[in-house]
Write a protein that binds this ligand. Sequence first.
Ligand SMILES: *[C@@H]1O[C@H](CO)[C@@H](O)[C@H](O)[C@H]1NC(C)=O
Ligand SMILES: *[C@@H]1O[C@H](CO)[C@@H](O)[C@H](O)[C@H]1NC(C)=O
Ligand SMILES: *[C@@H]1O[C@H](CO)[C@@H](O)[C@H](O)[C@H]1NC(C)=O
Ligand SMILES: *[C@@H]1O[C@H](CO)[C@@H](O)[C@H](O)[C@H]1NC(C)=O
Length: 387
Amino acid sequence: MLTKILFTFAAIKVCSAIGCDQPGFSKCICGDIEFRGKVQYVLNCTDVGFTNASVLSQLPPQIQVLIFTGNNIPELPWNVFGTKNSNEQLTEVDMSNNNIREIRGKTYHRVPNVERLILNHNQISTIFEGKIQQHPRVFSNFESLEELHLTDAFADNSPEDIAAVLHNIFINSDLSRLKKLHLEQNEISHFTDPRLFCDLRDLMDLHLGTNKLSGIDFMVDCLKHLRFIDLEANAIKQLSLRDLSILDSLPDRNQNLTVDLSNNPLSCGCDIQDFFNWLKRTRVTIRNKDKLKCQNDLQGNDQSLVELKQVDCPRTVKVGVPVSQCPTESNHTVTFLAIALAVCLAMHVYTHRVKLQEKFLKPVLHSVSNKVQYTSVGKQETQEIGV
Ligand SMILES: *[C@@H]1O[C@H](CO)[C@@H](O)[C@H](O)[C@H]1NC(C)=O
Ligand SMILES: *[C@@H]1O[C@H](CO)[C@@H](O)[C@H](O)[C@H]1NC(C)=O
Ligand SMILES: *[C@@H]1O[C@H](CO)[C@@H](O)[C@H](O)[C@H]1NC(C)=O
Ligand SMILES: *[C@@H]1O[C@H](CO)[C@@H](O)[C@H](O)[C@H]1NC(C)=O
């Protein structure tokens, strides 16, 4: 009976979500609907052809979720949500796919309880004019922000630009409650400041998939709650010992860490050896470890990395031989130094041969003859015991 009443109630609520009688939002859908597992007041303006954001200055006071996607809003003005309403109940803002190019520093006000902000698939490019850098406090009014989605959010800028913008945002907008950060599909090839993420003190999940990273050039040991790094589909051919020790630093202090390295162009050659050996011993959880593939340059086909018995180094390397014996450039240096040292020593011996003979050779010869005697005695004894 009760379920039936609830069901009818929910059905009425869902029906009321068709069309919207809020002023300015007649093209949108609004009302209480089931969203993320609970009934919430959602205002949904998807693909309704807005060309500016002025309508957003008068959001309905009961709004809990704003979906404003697929419109064409190149610029977000100051105080986009107006100055009248407090929007106390607003917890989620999705402004994906709006062709947003510029976000002003004072765009977002009156968003004290927004936990999830989604700005995916935009063209944020104010970096070129330095505008975001002038207004780095762009997200500072999101006092409760836990998830920031910036997948494919930037115009095709240089990685330096994107890194600089992110850095300013993180430092100047206090995002210390942020738990999830999505930066996928932004063509990021490196981060200029290794401490980039360190201000996000509560960060748990860092999503960097489908970028162009070739290694791990950012610090993670400053993040006490980090548990997952997504590095899927980047440009990682191998990870250096330094990269690996960055990852190991978390389990080394009993902080569980999972890393996704799927779909990277890992090499099957000698340069993967550090990584290959690390895979066997690390306490970092590698998501889909069994499915990791490496690319075999010689045969040109993929091979399962974990099924490789050993890494194919140019020189025959015995299984279990440490990485340091893989041929490297330092090998040449060591050889050169060794030869130089030997030559020096020989010259020194030659020039001081008389003195040296008196000082060392005589006692040495003496002790050698003694040793020979001892050794032969020892040998006889062992043989006797053996018999
Ligand atoms: C919002 O509206 C669009 C288009 O009408 C629809 O496809 C989408 O499912 C809606 N979103 C939600 C959460 O109801
Ligand atoms: C903003 O868009 C509305 C229609 O959505 C239009 O009536 C209004 O003139 C536009 N304002 C500006 C400043 O372009
Ligand atoms: C880490 O993971 C192990 C096994 O999954 C679990 O037993 C342990 O409690 C975890 N430690 C932390 C700090 O979460
Ligand atoms: C490296 O050193 C070893 C012995 O120390 C030598 O056999 C090998 O040829 C060297 N490799 C190169 C590339 O120099």
